[in-house]
Design a protein around this ligand. Sequence first.
Ligand code: ADP
Ligand code: TYD
Length: 202
Amino acid sequence: MTTPRFITFEGIDGSGKSTQSRRFADHLRAQGQDIVLTREPGGSPGAEEIRQLVLTGDPDRWSAETEVLLFTAARRDHLEKTIEPALAAGKTVISDRFADSTRVYQGATRGDLRNMVGQLHSLMIGREPDLTFIIDMDPATALERGLARKSGEDRFEDFGLPFQETLRHGFLALAHAQPERCILIDGNRTADQIASEIAAYA
Ligand code: ADP
Ligand code: TYD
């Protein structure tokens, strides 16, 4: 039996995280591994309810501080109800986004919140993935792909291109700061090319 791993996919909106996390899950399942594919915000019934609160409505619906609390509350529920039970049962967990998204979307875009994000993480979450794929790509192309989906969950995409550029730099800085768990993936390629690079980490 392979050791269960906690694997996350991160990157800006529309960078291909959902596509690649699904493909990697399929790849590992085809090798006989037991996989739980999940996502944030969400991934448990309570966290999916919080997802609706944070991703819909006016961009200024929540203060930055409230938003961090909502994402952290959702993550705590996701961890308790989905991630930890799956790992304890010997399953590998693949999550489309996790704590790095809060570090970058809330922490790195508003410098004054970085400490609060870090402290809340230590207090309430306290664990990192074993492996994180950070998909890097041109924000203009990613934004076009993301908005083309018309999901109705576009509060963050609605902040526009300069915000996506800032996010991209936040993810790149994180990949450089934590090379032991973060693998930087060039997302400006076909989905097949990207999936075959990621498959090497099976
Ligand atoms: P994310 O989860 O990062 O927002 P998705 O995987 O949902 O990204 O991809 C966003 C959109 O772009 C989807 O319509 C998807 O089919 C498409 N897409 C994903 N990867 C690629 C790729 N490598 N090249 C072109 N289009 C892609
Ligand atoms: P997601 O459904 O992954 O959107 P996309 O497919 O467009 O990448 O995530 C929804 C949005 O929530 C996305 O814009 C990023 C944002 N987000 C945060 O701001 N902080 C967080 O901690 C998380 C998990 C997501």
